[in-house]
Ligand binder design. Structure first.
Ligand SMILES: [Zn+2]
Length: 169
């Protein structure tokens, strides 16, 4: 159950970060690394800011929209300051980064990730299995759409997890 406080918070974050992750945060360096075993990751060097590294080959293989989702996911880790937090588990951080990406990325990018995860992609012990990640994206988008509607609109709300077309943006 969502409290009024968390709804207000997500609305505030939404208003501040709506268009692109780059606008919401100080400039983040992005580096291509063809040897990276994953599409993208955040690296932290002591005394320096976080850097997003990505594998351009895996990115191309994944396709533009899915790769962009991964980029948003990494921006989520940075925006949520996961690199300096030890109060939550690594799994929780991945869950939060997925949700952050789902609420900040344009819809077609979230949809590309949803399709990929729904088909079983993106599964790791840390990130969760594909369907769990897919459900996380819909849930996060739903909260944003829901918060932007008037209370009377909520009565007939579709509860099927495939309700992307009903979401705001
Ligand atoms: Zn992550």
């Amino acid at each position: 159950m969502k409290s009024g406080f968390s709804t207000a918070c997500s609305l505030l974050v939404w208003a501040l970060c709506a268009a692109s992750p780059a606008q919401a945060l100080p400039p983040i360096k992005e580096l291509a690394d063809p040897s990276l075993p994953d599409i993208a990751a955040v690296e932290y060097a002591p005394g320096k800011g976080p850097v997003i590294v990505y594998n351009p080959f895996l990115c191309k293989q994944a396709g533009r929209d899915l790769c962009e989702f991964y980029r948003y996911h990494e921006y989520g880790h940075i925006a949520l300051r996961h690199y300096e937090r030890s109060d939550i588990s690594a799994q929780k951080k991945e869950e939060e980064a997925d949700r952050w990406a789902a609420t900040h990325a344009p819809r077609q990018i979230v949809l590309a990730a949803w399709r990929f995860f729904s088909a079983g992609g993106g599964a790791t012990p840390m990130h969760g299995d594909g369907p769990t990640r897919a459900a996380r994206l819909v849930d996060a988008r739903d909260q944003v759409a829901f918060a932007n509607r008037q209370p009377e609109d909520r009565v007939g709300r579709e509860t099927t997890p495939l309700s992307f077309s009903g979401l705001a943006l």
